[in-house]
Design a protein around this ligand. Structure first.
Ligand SMILES: Cc1cc2nc3c(=O)[nH]c(=O)nc-3n(C[C@H](O)[C@H](O)[C@H](O)COP(=O)(O)O)c2cc1C
Length: 382
């Protein structure tokens, strides 16, 4: 057998990323104990067991072992400062840290993604580390935000190529299956335009963001997946443009009388063009910031409170002048399933060059929705 050098071991194992947790314990009279571990893992569901591997040289581990319990706090992407604090040798690592006791008494750190409170089940030797098995007493998602990741000496956050809404919510099962089929088109399109691409579907009076692709440049949360938006006039023309007469009338019936004729013309334009464009204005800025809030906290805004904003969005001007094109921030187009019904809309936004060539963006979006429609069994005879 070849000898394995420590450099080689580190280099090879360093190819594997980990999450970052702070394992804590209440230590009787003294200060609480806590240290960072990247070696946390789930082990068994029945019975519920988790594990981590403390270094035999750790001065914190003996205090946790003496407590007989521990709480694993999964750090969020914005808690890198806690990672530094709890991987240091500072005498009181809890200084300035807000926490509350779990059932075992071990500290739960404010703002953790989730925590797992455990009794120590067993400790065995594992080379220069200990192998600690914990029996889970209680566990909970705390903020549910994105976790902090550690990779090759640096910290980062999860940026999915694409994500899909939770299939367990049930009602949108067929749409999720369709989303799976078109997902690679969405990823390629988002990469091609250096933008984000979301897939929306109609669910009653709502537009639901079912899937998302493209890396979020600035925003903390990765996607809008699962966000419900009002499906109302002034919005959603990528669907309404292909409604049959009855459905279109019902949709237009929601618009104030004075707006109905213009909304009908707008929807006609979208159908004629094959896509819908959203232009920047005050309402659009406010809407974008509301979506940002929703991304961070789905309960931050009442969906109905978005309706007045939606009514002021500026979509689909009569003529797409160069000036209007320079204001385009969002482009949406339908994807058809077999039979010609609109299955979903793909919306691209967040272009790295918002004032770039809108015609080019449109062309690429339409090429992607054409291919996506083919993947869903649609053909020209539909
Ligand atoms: C990202 C990251 C992951 C770590 N994972 C582990 C681990 O799995 N086991 C371990 O013993 N130490 C791990 N450490 C190191 C300890 O956090 C650190 O050595 C310790 O907190 C400081 O020493 P003390 O145990 O004497 O307080 C990790 C540190 C970082 C930054």
């Amino acid at each position: 057998m070849n000898t394995i050098t420590s450099q080689q071991f580190r280099e090879v194992l360093g190819q594997y990323p980990t999450g970052v947790c702070v394992v804590t314990a209440a230590s009787g009279d003294g200060p609480d104990a806590g240290f960072v571990v990247g070696s946390f893992t789930s082990v068994s569901l029945d019975p519920p067991l988790v594990a981590f591997f403390p270094d035999k040289r750790s001065s914190t581990w003996p205090r946790i072992a003496a407590a007989g319990h521990f709480c694993v706090n999964i750090l969020s992407a914005d808690q890198e400062h806690l990672c530094r604090q709890f991987s240091s040798k500072a005498p009181d690592k809890f200084e300035g840290v807000d926490a509350r006791p779990a059932g075992t008494g071990a500290p739960i750190l404010d703002g953790a993604v989730a925590w797992i409170d455990c009794d120590i089940e067993s400790v065995s030797e594992a080379g220069d580390h200990w192998f600690v098995l914990g029996r889970v007493r209680e566990l909970q998602v705390e903020t549910g935000s994105l976790p902090l990741l550690f990779f090759q000496g640096g910290y980062g956050r999860f940026a999915p190529l694409s994500m899909a809404a939770d299939a367990t919510r049930g009602a949108l099962g067929e749409e999720l299956r369709e989303l799976d089929l078109v997902r690679s088109e969405m990823e390629a399109l988002a990469a091609d335009l250096s933008s984000r691409c979301v897939a929306t579907v109609i669910d009653g009076d709502d537009l639901v963001v079912l899937g998302s692709a493209g890396s979020p440049e600035a925003s903390g949360r990765a996607t809008l997946v699962g966000v419900h938006l009002p499906f109302a006039p002034r919005y959603g023309a990528a669907f309404a443009g292909w409604f049959d007469d009855d459905r279109l009338e019902a949709f237009l019936g929601q618009a104030p009388d004075a707006d109905r004729a213009e909304e009908r013309r707008r929807i006609g334009r979208v159908r004629g063009r094959g896509y819908s464009v959203g232009l920047i204005n005050g309402a659009q800025r406010e809407f974008a910031s509301a979506l940002d809030q929703l991304e961070h906290d789905p309960h931050a805004r009442d969906r109905d409170a978005l309706k007045p904003l939606v009514e002021q969005l500026h979509y689909d001007p009569e003529v797409l002048t160069d000036e209007a094109k320079a204001d385009v921030r969002v482009i949406a187009a339908p994807v058809f399933r077999k039979g010609g019904e609109v299955a979903m809309a793909l919306t691209v936004y967040g272009f790295s060059k918002p004032h770039g060539a809108v015609d080019d963006y449109v062309e690429r979006l339409l090429a992607a929705t054409r291919r996506a429609s083919e993947l869903l069994g649609h053909d020209d005879t539909d």
